[in-house]
Ligand binder design. Sequence first.
Ligand code: PLP
Length: 389
Amino acid sequence: MDNWNPAARVRGLGTSVFTEMTELARSTGAVNLGQGVPELAGPQGLLDEVAAAVLAGRNQYPPAHGFPALREAVAAHRLQRHGVAYDPQDEVLVTTGATEAIAAALLALCDPGDEVLAFDPCYDAYPAVVRFAGATLVGVPLAEDGNSFVLDADALRAAVTPRTRVLVLNSPHNPTGKVFTDEELAAVAQVCREHDLTVVTDEVYEHLVYDEALGHRTIAALPDMRERTLVISSAGKTFNVTGWKVGWVCGPAPLVAAVAAAKQFLTYASGTPYQEALARALGDVEAWAAGLRLTLRRNRDLLSEGLERAGLRPYRADAGYFVQADIRAWGHSDGVRFCRELPSRAGVVAIPTSAFYVRPDAPSYLVRFSFCKLENSVRDAVEKLVRAV
Ligand SMILES: *Cc1c(COP(=O)(O)O)cnc(C)c1O
């Protein structure tokens, strides 16, 4: 096995900075604001129902496309919230988390040589899966405007080539916490219509927008967009159950059929005890989500104010789990080194935002802190950062 090499599609994907930082948190006992793993519990009724389902023997393969109750609940939720109708029969597919939905969608939509656009920085699964499909991910830089990230419509137009086939949108956005405004969504949709692009929109943070005025909009609701858009979401971030891996994809029947064709040979199907309980929880999601938003918004404010006091200039985060901070006032410009030193210097773990950029000239001075934690963890981290200045 001396000259054995892994296949090109996985080369360089070995140990990520996420694994390294999680291990550092474990070995140093530092407060872990690295990976976006919630410390908060899910709804008690949901947890009880799942426990009962397991004990009642609901432990074998679910239907390949998911239990009808969950597909119906997903369709009802999209219609009620966004006015976009999907047929639960053939326009909704349950997946093993949003991750599998993203993988199956990109495998179903991309041929080798195709180009896929994604706003940069982006969730780290996108470039990996685009590579598995033999396609190329092209990062479209989000511009920095003061303490915000904004769409650069010219950069988007400039990135489109005759090979561009798909645009991946993620709003609310990880890692930045950006919510694309109505104007930005309209500009993105216009480019997709002009160049006949298919859109994959990752909306896993759809319920975690902290600014009421912004709210969550889906690009699928814009004129002529439903027919070219696959909408992906999941239960993990909405109900604090990231270990359950139940997600779903909605879209026009031919696109969903193609995703299902790929998905059946990735996992076939999963999540039997979770699916029907989640169908009921999704029916009541608004009340639950309002409470979760209050908790997370308080944490976001504590973290942002604390970073400010510590001299680590925070960026605006309107949604999601994370705040970016500028580390330059601490005499650092390399986020990777900063994050390696932070556990011993301050007793806190964070993730260098460079891990989310695909373009080589990306800023290296940004670091991502997560606040999907118990309030005490956030307070503890903030005090440690302020003391370490
Ligand atoms: C967490 C996350 C996912 C993964 O969702 P799962 O349902 O856990 O697979 C996908 N996209 C983004 C942007 C995320 O932050």
